[in-house]
Write a protein of this length. Structure first.
Length: 388
């Protein structure tokens, strides 16, 4: 399509949008019609920001009577997730043009939708159910695909995911994504945990749309789905239906949150960005202070501001190196999650005291204050000095 044709088409759509804007504003004393774009380019945002919007609306946090109409961005990260939101919300392509015009005319602010962030600030996820679900046909297709992947009917499985920069590099080749490097993890650290889950009767499926390194395991119950057999549909179906999700920081976490799947979250960084659920477990990356040859304590991490750094260069300026969780630490967290979900986990007074000491370090100024999640028991036992 030539540039001239595109401009003519856009002008025509704006002409058609003008009377809609007028009607919407005339209706505002009776019903407030609003427009907004979904965060369609990234899986975590399309899943969780949208889910939290629906949670907040159901909770009545906005007391106004509204009719909200959405549209997708020019890039949609997952067709299945798009389909599920399209049958849940009012979504229409033309709303983009109405929204564009409304935002450029005086008085349009009340007709704009502002989606929440991906932080569950009101702790609504634990009090609600997911607002999207699979149809009967989709469930049949998902179970058939699971069988084709080697997971027998009725068998329990977990999903795991190790974050690297391959996905972002595929979106914008040549772009410098270095500011995200602090979130990188090595998938080999997850393999012992996946194999241990196999010994406990689970299949473990590695998920991810674009990945850098394949999983090296001879265990047939460890399935590298991200390398062989992935699809937009199964990305959603697997995470939504797994026993728990073993992961590092990535958008797939938001998908698990959306379907209320428990998280075993490793390599958490920054420290204040813990998972939101009462069934979630986590262990953080440790911060090695190069000049002094030691790890920063949790208290020092918080007081230095590193507990909320969101760029690699901030950690570099502080003179710290981020140390990934070891395979043993990852495995211990997965075992704790599995036993907690099965109801066989035994904590003990000493471990509860360590848990209390950890959370006592936080106050209302910290992002994760009041979080119902728990830091991994074995990690705390092996790193007591970080509590000083």
């Amino acid at each position: 399509m030539s540039s001239l044709v595109r401009k003519a088409r856009k002008l025509m759509l704006l002409v058609l949008a003008a009377p809609v804007v007028v009607i919407v504003r005339l209706l505002s004393p009776f019903v407030l019609v609003r427009f907004g774009g979904l965060k369609s380019a990234r899986l975590g945002h399309l899943a969780l920001n949208t889910e939290l919007y629906t949670c907040e609306m159901d909770a009545g946090l906005d007391q106004r009577r509204t009719l909200d109409v959405f549209y997708h961005g020019s890039t949609v990260c997952n067709r299945q997730l798009r389909k599920m939101w399209d049958r849940t919300l009012h979504v229409h392509t033309f709303a983009r043009h109405v929204d564009w015009l409304n935002r450029r005319l005086p008085g349009g602010g009340i007709h704009e939708i502002t989606l929440p962030t991906d932080r569950d600030e009101h702790q609504l996820l634990g009090r609600t159910r997911s607002h999207i679900s699979f149809t009967t046909d989709e469930r049949d297709a998902g179970n058939k695909a699971l069988s084709d992947l080697g997971v027998p009917e009725g068998a329990s499985f977990i999903c795991f995911h190790s974050r690297d920069s391959a996905y972002l590099e595929s979106l914008r080749p040549g772009h410098n994504w270095g500011y995200h490097d602090y979130r990188e993890t090595d998938v080999s650290n997850f393999v012992p945990a996946a194999e241990e889950m196999g010994r406990r009767g689970y299949h473990s499926l590695r998920v991810g749309a674009v990945i850098r390194d394949a999983v090296a395991s001879d265990d047939p119950r460890v399935i590298d789905y991200a390398v062989d057999g992935r699809s937009d549909f199964m990305d959603i179906y697997l995470v939504a239906n797994c026993r728990f999700f073993l992961c590092s920081s990535s958008g797939l976490m938001g998908l698990a949150n959306t379907f209320r799947v428990p998280l075993a979250y490793v390599d958490v960084v920054p420290l204040e960005y813990t998972p939101p659920g009462a069934r979630d477990l986590f262990i953080p990356k440790k911060l090695w202070l190069r000049e002094e040859g030691r790890f920063l304590t949790f208290r020092e991490t918080l007081s230095s501001g590193a507990g909320r750094f969101l760029r690699s260069d901030q950690f570099q300026a502080l003179g710290v190196e981020l140390v990934e969780n070891t395979p043993e630490e990852v495995c211990a967290l997965a075992v704790e999650m599995e036993e907690r979900l099965r109801g066989t986990w035994q904590s003990g007074e000493e471990n509860e005291n360590l848990q209390g000491r950890y959370w006592a370090l936080f106050n209302p100024t910290h992002v994760c204050y009041g979080s119902p999640a728990r830091i991994g028991t074995e990690f705390l036992r092996q790193n007591r000095e970080l509590l000083e």
